[in-house]
Design a protein around this ligand. Structure first.
Ligand SMILES: [Zn+2]
Ligand SMILES: [Zn+2]
Length: 302
């Protein structure tokens, strides 16, 4: 498993180009761990556990941070052997049966020690996913899954905080854009009632978090959810009328819901705003639904 990073030169990609895969990754995580399993990660990795000063011994410090990440991700018997070498990629881990795993970090981390925790959080999550047997086909999607899970389980804020830009250089770790890291982090924050904002040391990372948070809030304000805005509700009412008048009309792919006619009347399906599993409810005014996967109770105006 070799992982890329961008530092200096090439521009950092922004926005939400991987959002669909990120959402599928959250659904897959809930399916694999279950609601109770995800709840076991209610506390994020503490900044002090990943702190790495330039005075710390390189090897002892890396082992200490690796142990903290391993503990955080509930891998009690896994042991990370961290090494450094000149390489094109940022880091890599050998996915074996364990319990020892060899993690290689790029030589440049010797002088960028504060980002070692970020690199390790991604690599140790590869080990967790490997053990869970959870993977997406293709390197790109699998890396997006890894970043999403790292973040959703409370260690990925380090990856976002490693994003830094000044006038001459930029640095970013991981495959998600900074805003996408912010999006996953905010979705986690909503579920666990957590505020990650004091942990940021990078102003650019904090900015990306607020943009990601706005996107995550939008998920909770889509029709048929009662919290949807006026324009969305109006559009929904129009689409519902059309579905009632002309059953079977294909839904506009631009809207986040679909109507289905059934023997007991019209139903609407939409993605759960928390875990993105598809939910179906009858169209009959105010409906309270509970997502079977993440157990969120959803107030809907159908
Ligand atoms: Zn990776
Ligand atoms: Zn859900």
């Amino acid at each position: 498993m070799a992982d890329s990073s961008r530092s200096t030169g090439s521009p950092v990609v922004h926005g939400f180009p991987h959002l669909e895969t990120v959402r599928s990754a959250i659904t897959a995580l809930y399916r694999r761990l279950s609601y109770d399993g995800v709840r076991g990660y209610a506390t994020s990795l503490a900044p002090v556990d990943a702190a790495f000063g330039d005075q710390d011994d390189l090897y002892l410090g890396s082992q200490r941070v690796a142990r903290a990440v391993v503990r955080h991700l509930h891998l009690p018997d896994a042991r990370m052997i961290v090494g450094f070498r000149a390489m094109e990629h940022a880091a890599g881990v050998e996915l074996t049966a364990g319990p020892e795993y060899f993690v290689e970090l790029n030589d440049r981390f010797r002088t960028h020690r504060r980002d070692i925790g970020a690199a390790l959080s991604h690599e140790v999550t590869h080990v967790l996913l490997h053990r869970l047997g959870l993977e997406f086909p293709g390197t790109r999607d699998n890396e997006i899954l890894t970043d999403t899970v790292t973040t959703y389980l409370g260690a990925g804020w380090l990856l976002l905080d490693a994003f830094r830009e000044d006038r001459v250089s930029s640095q970013k770790l991981g495959y998600l854009t900074p805003e996408e890291f912010g999006y996953v982090l905010a979705k986690r924050a909503f579920v666990f009632d957590e505020d990650p904002s004091p942990w940021f040391t990078s102003p650019q990372a904090y900015e990306a978090y607020t943009e990601g948070r706005a996107q995550a809030l939008q998920d909770t304000r889509q029709p048929p959810l009662t919290a949807a805005g006026w324009a969305g509700r109006r559009r929904y009412a129009k689409d519902r009328r059309r579905a009632q008048d002309r059953p079977g009309t294909p839904a506009d792919p631009g809207v986040p819901y679909a109507f289905e006619g059934g023997p007991d009347g019209l139903r609407v399906s939409f993605a759960c705003p928390v875990c993105h599993q598809r939910i179906r409810v009858p169209v009959r005014g105010r409906v309270r639904a509970r997502c079977g996967l993440c157990r969120t109770v959803l107030d809907c105006s159908t």
